[in-house]
Design a protein around this ligand. Sequence first.
Ligand code: FAD
Length: 331
Amino acid sequence: MQAALRTSVRIPQAVGRRLQSTLVIAEHDNNKLTPITLNALTAAKKLGGDVSCLVAGTNCGSVVSELSKAAGISKILVADSEVLLGFLPERLAPLVTATHNQFKFTHIVAGATAQGKSLLPRVAAKLDVSPISDIVEVKSPDTFVRTIYAGNALMTLKSKDPVKVITVRGTSFEAAEVEGGSAAQEDVALGDLPTDLSQFIGQELSKSDRPELTAAKTVISGGRGMKNGENFQLLYTLADKMNAAVGASRAAVDAGYVPNDMQIGQTGKIIAPDLYIAVGISGAIQHLAGMKDSKTIVAINKDPEAPIFQVADLGLVADLFKAVPEMIEKV
Ligand SMILES: Cc1cc2nc3c(=O)[nH]c(=O)nc-3n(C[C@H](O)[C@H](O)[C@H](O)COP(=O)(O)OP(=O)(O)OC[C@H]3O[C@@H](n4cnc5c(N)ncnc54)[C@H](O)[C@@H]3O)c2cc1C
C-alpha cells in the first residue's frame, strides 16, 4: 500500500511580514530645505526599508533638486501647487493622508519643529493612531525613545499601531549627507484639499545675517538678567565677533526684550551647538530642556547658586554688564 504523501509548505517568517516603507515630510521654504529634514531622513533610514520623501509647496522645484541629491531616498513625491501656499496644516494633513492611502507606508516621519508639531498630530488623528512625538532614538521599527518631564527622564515606547506617525528631535540624529543620491520623482495627486478652513494672508519673517539658531555652532543666549531689549545689543555685538546666533530664555521673551522665535527651551527651540553661552539665565529645567545637549556650556551669572552652573562646563560668577564688554574686547 502506498503511503499517503504529506506535503508541507514552510513559509519563511519574513514573507507575510510587511516590509518597512517610510515617508519623510520635507520641511522647506520653497527655495531651500530646512536642515532638520536631513536629521529626520537619518532617523527614517534607521527604521530600515524603503524611504520616500514628500515635498509639498508652491514653486518648490529647487527643493526637489536639492533633496534628490541625498543618498538613500528611493522616491521623491512632489505636490507643487498654489493651494499649498503658506504650508497650512489644514491642507497639508489631508494631502499626507491621501498620499499614505495611495502608498501604504509603515512610518510617516517629520522633524519636531513648529510645522511638524502642527502637521503630524492631525495626520495621526485622521489615521486613528497615536502620534509619537519628538523621538531621540530608534531602537527598532516599532520601538522608540523620547524624553518626558522636560527632558528629565527617558521613555522607551513600543507602538502597536499599523502606521507609526513620528516627529524627530533634530539634535539627536546626524544630518544625512546631501550627495550621492539620484532619487526618482513622482507627482502626487492633490485631490480635493479643503480651502475654506484657513487662508494664508502673509508672513513677517525676521531677517538676520547671523547663523540660524538651530544650525549655529555657537549660540549666545540672554535671560531676564539682561534687564531690557536694548542691552541685548551687547550679545549681538559679541555674536557678530564669534559668528554666533543669539537666543533667549522664555522670561526674556515674555518680558518683550526679544521676539519669541529666539526662545530656547521646552516650549521654544531645542538646540545642541558646539558652544552655548548662557548670560543672565538662571537655568530652569524648562530652559535646560532646550540646550543641555550642547557640547560645551558656559554660564555667566552673578548668583553663584544659580542652577545653570550645575550643567555648565565653565562658569563665571560675575556681573554680565562687566563680563560681556570684556569678552567683546578680547574676542
Ligand atoms: C510649561 C513651561 C514651559 C516653559 N518653557 C520655557 C522655555 O522653553 N524656555 C525657557 O527659557 N523657559 C521656559 N519656561 C520658564 C522657566 O521656568 C523660567 O521661568 C525661565 O527659564 C527663567 O528665565 P531666566 O533664567 O531668564 O530668568 P530668571 O530665572 O529670572 O533668571 C535670571 C538670572 O539672571 C541673573 N542675573 C541678573 N542680573 C544679572 C547680572 N547683572 N549679571 C549676571 N547675572 C545676572 C540672576 O542671578 C538670575 O539667575 C517655562 C515654564 C513653564 C511652566
